[in-house]
Design a protein around this ligand. Structure first.
Ligand SMILES: NC(=O)c1ccc[n+]([C@@H]2O[C@H](COP(=O)([O-])OP(=O)(O)OC[C@H]3O[C@@H](n4cnc5c(N)ncnc54)[C@H](OP(=O)(O)O)[C@@H]3O)[C@@H](O)[C@H]2O)c1
Length: 327
């Protein structure tokens, strides 16, 4: 698989692998199949693995730890801290205090079984603290060799600028896909100006853009999407027109909708690394193929044209969750 450069010293496969769903959020888990997905990803040339302490919580890093025992040299590992969850609930607090950042780093190192975390993100910024404070401690962790690079999730362009003044930020991770394009206005241009790579999470619209989700009835008990305004039946009825546009291009180009959505995103810039998530080998193989089959310019334009002006119904998160974005 082709590589992309997030920062001068951070080169990763053009597509990463989102590991969150292997633990929770999108239905049941199957560790044995997840392990097959992780190994197959490496075999397909994917080396960029995305996890967080709060996925599970803790289960996802522990799963990755078992995988890394065998494949550490072939993997670039990204994890996150800063969201404190109660087990069994999606309710959370944000903690960016220097002491908590350091303790989380040590705990993630232990769970992952590595000597250094390649990319350590602040999962959500605590608006009550200056970003400079957490960047200072992350800079110390880099100098101590415990983390390779610093990343931030869901921050505003202004926060990114202030953060970069303290310590280089290798990557900003935020949702970006055909139905989540807010980053195009200010955040992507700021990343480009500051030399910060962009990691696109939920590039398949949490599965919606693949055309496989017709109604909330498809969600198992506890599925996170059932809480999201964008996934009410009314919202999905509006948002389906985007899937229709994706499917039209997919059909013409003999691709699947997932491959079409990923190819569209990959074409938005060489500084963008989408991290589609799956816990199934079948989906992984399908998604990985998108990296080697770019869409022709006229099809990209047709897709942009088809979705331009289409309404997206429902916010990305609940009101509470939206407090954590563009922070
Ligand atoms: N920084 C943050 O705040 C944040 C937030 C959300 C996510 N993330 C990261 O981003 C990663 C990716 O985002 P995501 O998992 O939320 O959303 P996504 O990648 O947009 O979509 C994942 C969903 O799509 C399904 N899927 C994947 N490939 C498919 C295919 N080819 N055909 C049909 N369905 C397919 C998956 O099904 P299965 O589950 O059945 O495989 C899963 O339900 C996460 O794993 C996580 O690491 C970060």
């Amino acid at each position: 698989m082709l590589k992309r450069r997030l920062a001068e010293s951070l080169e990763v496969s053009a597509l990463g692998l989102g590991c969150m769903g292997m633990s929770e959020f999108y239905g049941s888990r199957d560790d044995a199949e997840s392990m097959r997905v992780l190994h197959r990803a490496v075999d397909l040339g994917i080396d960029f693995f995305d996890t967080a302490d709060m996925y599970g919580p803790l289960h996802n890093e522990e799963l990755l730890g078992r995988f890394l025992r065998e494949r550490r040299p072939e993997a670039v590992i990204a994890t996150k801290f800063g969201i404190v969850r109660k087990p069994g609930a999606y309710a959370r607090n944000i903690d960016n205090s220097p002491d908590y950042a350091r303790r989380c780093c040590e705990a993630s190192l232990r769970r992952l079984g590595v000597e250094r975390i390649d990319l350590f993100y602040v999962h959500r910024v605590d608006r009550s603290r200056p970003i400079e404070e957490v960047m200072a401690v992350l800079g110390d962790l880099v100098r101590e060799g415990k983390i390779g690079h610093v990343g931030l999730c869901e921050v505003s362009a202004a926060t990114l600028r202030r953060a970069c003044a303290v310590h280089p930020v290798a990557a900003l991770q935020t949702e970006y896909s055909l139905w989540a394009r807010e980053v195009e206005t200010e955040i992507l241009p700021a990343c480009r100006e500051l030399g910060v790579g962009f990691v696109a999470y939920s590039p398949l619209g949490r599965g919606f853009l693949t055309g496989t989700i017709d109604s909330r009835a498809a969600f198992a008990d506890g599925d996170f999407r059932a809480h999201l305004p964008r996934f009410t039946d009314d919202s999905m009825a509006v948002n389906r027109s985007i899937v229709v546009a994706v499917k039209a291009v997919a059909r013409r180009m003999n691709r699947t909708p997932a491959q079409t959505a990923l190819a569209w995103l990959l074409a938005k810039g060489h500084d963008i690394v989408p991290i589609p998530g799956t816990k199934r080998v079948r989906y992984l193989e399908e998604n990985a193929a998108a990296a080697s089959t770019p869409l022709p310019a006229e099809e990209l334009e047709a897709l942009d044209e088809a979705v331009r002006g289409l309404a997206v119904a429902g916010a990305r998160y609940t009101d509470e969750g939206m407090k954590g974005v563009n922070a």
